[in-house]
Design a protein around this ligand. Sequence first.
Ligand code: NAD
Length: 321
Amino acid sequence: MIIVPEAAIADILTRADAFTAVEQVFAAMSAGDACNFPVIREAIGHEEALYGFKGGFDGKGMALGLKAGGYWPHNLEKRGLINHQSTVFLFDPDTGTVAAMVGGNLLTALRTAAASSVSIKHLARKDAKVMGMIGAGHQAKFQLRAALETHSFEKVIGWNYHPEMLPGLAAVAEEAGVPFEEVSLDGMVEADVVISITSVFSPIFGAAHISPGTHVACMGTDTVGKQECETDLVVKATVFTDEVAQSVTLGEAQHAVSAGLKQRDDIHEIGAVINGRHPGRTGDDEITLFDGTGVGLQDLAVASSIVDRAVEQGVAIEVDF
Ligand code: NAD
């Protein structure tokens, strides 16, 4: 069994690799070559933590396994640890023997950022100029960095419920050489692309904050009961997702679908757009919304892509198990 420690991931996993792995696995899912297993994600009644498992099998990339972990909201303030904690386990699809254990924290941030970036590549208007951020926590910085590498934006605007966190986003924009401006939520109408990545359970923005033609990537809602945007936006937008089953149960679309405002059949796989089976955006005034729920196959694809490299670079630990 090979162990790739969390501390080694930064040196071996690039944003470009994560993007490619995620784009390919979304395509494989849509083609029926890869399948996610039902997600388990539960409040454990301790530290207000959400903990669970996301697994699956990619018969094209031959990746089998799961990610175990979740979200501990008080880690940072109490212990100086990031709030997300997870580990990926890979198994040999031929034998079921455990093949690798891979640190999942940075990997999660990079694969989640890759997902919104894949959506920007395939769904945003090519002339998009203003990138809008709703949220400024740990994931938000990765999201913005990846978005700025995917598309050439002229300006970043940002809003966060805790404004003292916005300098972290401004630093990412500055590093990429793009000006940053703090805005009110109403100011978000200037954005051509919006990423929302907050941990809220009640909506903080809606159709009133989004202009025609905008692409919105809702990345924060990954659990039953969470909600970042009002259902009016989900209803108004053409909705795409990583996986429809997750979108309607634990993603941003869960509320509009359960209220009967949006039909399951009206939610499209981003993989179908990548594979050319769905046209994606069809007009400059269309609002597209990517419901990025986060699937286990993203984790497996990215983890698999780095195990061999970790061994080659001498940063993997090999153990008999
Ligand atoms: P974090 O704790 O670092 O940041 C939380 C963010 O939510 C901050 O911007 C904070 O200001 C905001 N927030 C908190 N309370 C709020 C409130 N009452 N009103 C408005 N905003 C509020 O968390 P993070 O690691 O950046 O993760 C953010 C979210 O992304 C989490 O919900 C997490 O579960 C989700 N996530 C999704 C995926 C996916 O694949 N879709 C992957 C990883 C994380």
